[in-house]
Ligand binder design. Structure first.
Ligand code: FES
Length: 185
């Protein structure tokens, strides 16, 4: 287990564990530094958790810990949303939404990766579905997340687009209460 290093200019209240048996501490430091844009942090052992996302402007993200998993909340840009909607479902490696708020066979449309009426927001377990590394946000060719371990690339809705990962990253049970506060679990 590695822990998040200090990042100049970014206030980090506590460490987030990073699980990876593949890479060195130095390797993960490099990528974690890239990933942080707006880093709000909250670690709770309770379930569900409530996340105040009111500070997230378009194009920023925060990370919380829920059930010992890293969950990213991203307020997507307009471009990210449009790019996601434009994806042909036939091109998806995993056609299932993997959204715990929807039926198990719901298709992986961009809208089905978000909450109704809140399509600009992605709430997702930020763990690669290949071997469990932590993908880096807003990296890679697919416009979303890049897993540094073996090169899996996810789009802006967290859908797997390239590489060995078999599934889209999981969307947990969540709901907005009512606007920019999010209950996860
Ligand atoms: S763990 Fe992410 S690509 Fe292998």
């Amino acid at each position: 287990m590695l822990t998040k290093p200090s990042v100049p200019g970014v206030a980090i209240k506590s460490a987030v564990p990073i699980h990876c048996d593949v890479h060195s501490r130095r390797f993960h430091r490099r990528y974690e530094n890239i990933q942080i844009e707006t880093f709000g942090h909250q670690t709770r052992k309770v379930d569900p958790i409530e996340v105040d996302a009111s500070s997230l402007t378009s194009g920023t993200s925060l990370v919380v810990t829920w059930r010992d998993k890293r969950v990213v909340v991203r307020h997507r840009t307009e471009k990210e949303g449009k790019d996601g909607e434009a994806v042909n479902l036939a091109d998806l490696k995993d056609p299932i939404a993997r959204n715990a708020n929807l039926p198990a066979d719901a298709p992986a449309t961009d809208a089905n990766r978000a909450a109704p009426g809140k399509e600009a927001w992605i709430v997702m377990v930020q763990i690669c579905t290949h071997l469990g590394c932590i993908p880096v946000g807003q990296e890679g060719d697919a416009g979303g997340w890049l897993c540094p371990c073996h090169g899996s690339q996810y789009d802006g809705a967290g859908r797997i687009r390239k590489g060995p990962a078999p599934e889209n990253m999981a969307v947990p049970v969540f709901q907005f209460i009512p606007n920019t506060k999010i209950r996860i679990g």
